[in-house]
Each structure stands twice: as structure tokens, then as C-alpha cells.
Design a protein around this ligand. Structure first.
Ligand code: BTN
Length: 346
């Protein structure tokens, strides 16, 4: 097959997958798939087979047509389809298994057009969390994704810097860290109706249990410039093994009483991240601050914070996503713990 035919076959398969996905587990008649997918009737079975080889479970009923078992497997095309973002998710890739999606994202950052790239994986061999912790997730159940954000110098060499795309000025690491947790909470709420709370700096909790963790890493690229990778792990349909968590965890499925569609969750989170990254790029940090504060339930709660080798325990008097925490310690003294280098440990 020449490359033009391969591209056409891929496009038809993508279109058929979209049609099946948009029916949300309902049947789509073969005639409709052919007509709307621009496929000759004799080729439909082959197209369905190619989607099954991509790992999608598609059922056939002679009377009703085809249906995609939901929730379906992650698929780059489905995540991109209808995403409607400007920067985040301009390209999406999905893997069965990687070491860490953050590492794949960094490796991809060297390529042209990497700004906004989203890397998803069904499983990670060496997923990592903050503070040198592991991030373990049962395969095929959760959202494990990383987003590449390049600084202007680097992104200028990519289409992100061209006309029609938003410019991408230097993104302050702290602001991106905050935006990522907020985007995750907002996206989860948009997709599933579950209101998540933020625990400084960027854990997302539902009723006190962790549903999402965010790891933002910054690397200097060999070709010059800086690459920020936003990594997110969302417990969509499964919990991490009990031995791998140091605090209560919850999954969206557990809360909803039914499995969730990871594609919808990923898209909703990416849409919110796109909005906040654009705001940060335009210097609109106040809005980010206010939206983050509105979801933070820490004020007046007793916490322990590890900061520069010491642990401080007390009641939170004030918290700011970018400035840090003011704590009234158990001994009655006050301390201001700056955002950088502090982490809530309990
Ligand atoms: C934390 O709460 O400690 C942060 C967890 C971040 C986990 C995600 S999963 C996708 C991405 N790849 C990684 O290796 N880590 C992040």
C-alpha cells in the first residue's frame, strides 16, 4: 500500500471509531458507518478489524450493527477528537506501556512541534511521584498522562509560535504546578460531576482521599531552552496497591459506583489545563490564584508540613498557592513556609 492509501485507511478507521465512541456503547448500523465514515461496504469489516487490533472491543450484531464496549481503551485520536484546545493536546500519543510518561514527554520535546504534546500510557513500569516516591497504577485502568510545555525560545521553532497559535512566554514553574492540580480538579468535576478539593500544592482529594497526583518537572534541553512536563496520575477506575500509598486513596469509579470513561476525563482535564496555561502565559495569575483558593479546603485544618529538613505541625491560618502556608504551630508560634521546598505530609 502506498502512504496515501494508508493515510486514507487510518482516517476511515479513526472516523468509524469516533462514530462508535460518540454513540456511547449504543449500536451503529453498518450502513451509517459506511456512509458517515466514507467507507465502501466491502471494506467495513477490515476497518473494524483494524480497530480491534488497536485494542478496541467492538461487538457485531447482524440486526443492529456495531457497538464499542465502554469504557473503551485509550486512543490518541479519540482524545484529540473534539478537544477544542489551542495549545495543550495539539498532538496526542498513546502507549501500551512506558517507563514513565514524563520521560517519554521529555524525550519527545526534542522534536519539532512538541509544544502541547500529550503522552498517555495504559501502564508505567517506573511511574514516579513527588519527593522521590513511586506512582503505581494497575494497567489499563487509570489516566497516566504528561503534557509538554516548551518555553518561547524552544517553542518558537515549532508551530506553537506561528500565526494563529498563542504565543508561549516563559511559564513560571510554581504557577504551572498550581494550574495543573486545579485543571485536574476542574476537569474531573466537568467529566464526572465530582467536586475535588485541592491540597497544597496540587493533590486532588475527594472527601479527604487522594484521587489525583501531579508531578511537574523542568529540564533544560540540549538544543537550548527549557521544557516543562506536567505529569498527572488520576485514579479513574482503580486504586494503587495498598502497599504503595501512604495516605487514603480513592478512585472516580468507586465514588460514582460505575466505571468512568478515561477519554472523557483526560479531555476535560486537558481543556482546563489549556485555559490556565494560556492565562499564565498572558500574566493573568490573579484568576488562577482565586480559582485555586476557592477549591482549597486547608484553612483551619491541622497539617504537618515538611520544610527544609524539619516537620512543622499546626493549624493552617492562611495558604496561598504561590506564596506558601502560614501555620500556627502546636506550640503557639507562627511560621511562614514558602511554597518552594515545602510539602504537606499529613
Ligand atoms: C504525586 O502525587 O506524587 C505525583 C504523581 C504523578 C504521577 C504521574 S502518572 C503520569 C506521570 N508520569 C510519571 O512518572 N508520573 C506522573
Amino acid at each position: 500500500m502506498n502512504s496515501g492509501i494508508i493515510t486514507r485507511v487510518m482516517k476511515s478507521a479513526d472516523r468509524v471509531l469516533e462514530l462508535l465512541y460518540d454513540r456511547r456503547g449504543g449500536f451503529v448500523a453498518a450502513d451509517e458507518l459506511c456512509a458517515r465514515g466514507a467507507i465502501a461496504p466491502g471494506r467495513l469489516a477490515k476497518t473494524i478489524e483494524s480497530l480491534q487490533q488497536r485494542g478496541q472491543a467492538i461487538e457485531f450484531s447482524p440486526a443492529q450493527g456495531y457497538r464499542l464496549a465502554m469504557p473503551c481503551r485509550l486512543d490518541a485520536h479519540l482524545v484529540e477528537h473534539g478537544l477544542g484546545t489551542r495549545r495543550v493536546g495539539r498532538n496526542v500519543i498513546c502507549f501500551d506501556e512506558v517507563g514513565s510518561t514524563n520521560d517519554v514527554a521529555f524525550d519527545s520535546a526534542r522534536q519539532a512541534g512538541a509544544d502541547g504534546l500529550v503522552v498517555l500510557a495504559e501502564s508505567q513500569r517506573a511511574g514516579r511521584g513527588r519527593l522521590g516516591r513511586k506512582w503505581v497504577s494497575p494497567p489499563g485502568k487509570n489516566v497516566l498522562m504528561s503534557v509538554v510545555l516548551l518555553d518561547p525560545q524552544t517553542a518558537g521553532e515549532t508551530p506553537a509560535g506561528r500565526e494563529g497559535r498563542i504565543p508561549s512566554p516563559l511559564l513560571p514553574h510554581e504557577a504551572v504546578t498550581i494550574a495543573a492540580g486545579l485543571a485536574a480538579a476542574e476537569g474531573i468535576e466537568a467529566a464526572c460531576g465530582l467536586a475535588g478539593e485541592l491540597k497544597w500544592p496540587n493533590d486532588v482529594l475527594i472527601d479527604g482521599a487522594k484521587v489525583c497526583g501531579v508531578l511537574v518537572e523542568v529540564h533544560r534541553l540540549a538544543k537550548g531552552g527549557v521544557c516543562t512536563v506536567v505529569g498527572m496520575g488520576i485514579n479513574a477506575n482503580a486504586l494503587p496497591p495498598a502497599e504503595d500509598v501512604d495516605r487514603p486513596a480513592v478512585s472516580l469509579a468507586e465514588r460514582l459506583g460505575q466505571a468512568v470513561d478515561r477519554i472523557e476525563v483526560a479531555r476535560a482535564v486537558l481543556r482546563r489545563l489549556d485555559v490556565w496555561v494560556a492565562n499564565i502565559a498572558q500574566g493573568r495569575i490573579d484568576e488562577l490564584h482565586d480559582a485555586w483558593m476557592a477549591r482549597c479546603g486547608m484553612v483551619n485544618h491541622r497539617v504537618s508540613v515538611s520544610y527544609r529538613g524539619a516537620t512543622h505541625t499546626g493549624r493552617v491560618l492562611d495558604v496561598s498557592p504561590l506564596e506558601g502556608l502560614i501555620l500556627c504551630r502546636d506550640d503557639g508560634t507562627y511560621v511562614h513556609l514558602k511554597a518552594r521546598g515545602a510539602t504537606v505530609v499529613g
